[in-house]
Design a protein. Structure first.
Length: 395
């Protein structure tokens, strides 16, 4: 399997030019609005492929169910919630809201609704109705998050449950998951992705979350963070297990240095901010996992964004505090768990019945040896544009 983690990106028009757009679902959070929608190409219908009869194809792929089997693509798109109008215009331009249909039968006004979750499903319901003439069929936010995560993690249930799901959105929710539909929100913190983006916007000239994340990649947090060696004259504090490079105080050097504020580089500020928030989330997550005896912690949400440094920092924090007992694991398309769960709540496409191919990959990590990445794939690899090819039942 390709080791590349494809981040949440807007899908390419080249895939949609010859395709029909079907079901759409939304997760409208405080910072970002996420869309998942399905496109199919009529040229890819299983019926008749390789001399296989329609009935035989159905029996091989879906037992005795009397719906055609179509090959298609799941697409993932995001917008800043503050620019929700851009999201509406995207939906309208691609006529996705008229794609909630079956077998090519156009949707009508009495049937023209889409699944949606998150606070924005309530906040912007009237706007969607006024601008697009559609109703938002609201799904519970926690239900959708867990359903989306479980779907992408569908392996042997004896090995999967229980686990801690840490969803890092504007704030952070920590959910103990014991099975399909069996979960409890056990904790959370207000220091999350919204904190990173909000403080980053105040401290740098970045105009988007992605720009801030990319800026942090070029920075050096040690210019701003006070390390143990800065306090102990270059030495470590071995008695309590602190290395010389451990962070003693995030942003601490800004107090002790004689630099003027303008001398601090934006990329170093962004890096320090990312490190501070990632460390904090990793520590709190482990303490909650410890509280409930959970060994595996799955992280989702756009704060991660497939960013290797973010995953590394969270993993190091979990490894440090657990002394190697717990593992931090990361989902592909981690920012779309809620939207995926809302998408799955529709009975139209039959995604709940799909077999999910699953693989766990590891990559080198300087401190904890390995960081686990979970790839939840729908009968196919991710494409370069972030979409997923899959077999989907429609009817």
């Amino acid at each position: 399997m390709d080791s590349n983690i494809v981040g949440a990106t807007e899908c390419s028009d080249r895939h949609e030019s010859a395709s029909q757009i079907y079901d759409l679902a939304l997760d409208i959070g405080g910072s970002l609005a996420k869309l998942v929608y399905f496109t199919k190409d009529n040229n890819h219908c299983v019926d008749g492929e390789g001399g296989v009869s329609h009935k035989a194809a159905l029996e091989m792929c879906n037992g005795s169910r009397s719906y055609p089997v179509l090959k298609g693509r799941l697409n993932f798109v995001k917008f800043e919630t503050s620019k929700i109008v851009d999201c509406l215009e995207f939906i309208q331009s691609k006529k996705i809201h008229f794609g909630n249909q079956h077998q090519g039968v156009p949707a009508n006004s009495s049937n023209n609704d889409i699944k949606a979750t998150g606070g924005g499903a309530y906040k912007y319901a009237d706007l969607f109705k006024e601008r697009l003439g559609i109703s938002l069929d609201k799904e519970d936010e926690m239900d959708s998050l867990v359903a989306g995560a479980n779907f992408l993690l569908k392996i042997d249930h004896n090995d999967l449950y229980p686990y801690l799901l840490v969803n890092i959105g504007s704030g952070v929710s920590m959910i103990k998951v014991e099975g399909d539909g069996k979960f409890q929100r056990v904790s959370g913190t207000s220091v999350g992705g919204g904190t990173f983006w909000g403080l980053g916007r105040l401290l740098t000239k970045c105009t988007s979350f992605d720009e801030l994340l990319e800026l942090s990649h070029r920075g050096n947090n040690r210019v701003i963070d006070m390390l143990v060696r800065d306090i102990y004259g270059g030495l470590e504090y071995s008695k309590i297990g602190l290395t010389s490079t451990a962070i003693a105080s995030s942003f601490g050097k800004a107090v002790s240095d004689s630099k003027e504020l303008e001398e601090y580089k934006p990329e170093d500020i962004a890096r320090s901010l990312l490190r501070m928030i990632s460390n904090n989330i990793g520590q709190i997550s482990y303490l909650n996992a410890l509280r409930y005896g959970l060994k595996r912690i799955f992280f989702g949400g756009f704060f991660i964004g497939g960013h290797a440094y973010t995953m590394d920092t969270i993993s190091v924090a979990v490894n440090f505090w657990s002394k190697g007992e717990a593992k931090a694991m990361f989902l592909q398309h981690e920012g779309f768990l809620g939207a995926m769960g809302a998408f799955m709540s529709s009975e139209k496409h039959g995604l709940k019945e799909l077999m999910v191919n699953q693989a766990v990959q590891q990559f080198p990590n300087s401190v904890c040896g390995a960081v686990n990445k979970i790839h939840g794939l729908l009968n196919g690899e991710s494409n370069d544009d972030g979409s997923i090819d899959c077999s989907v039942y429609t009817g």
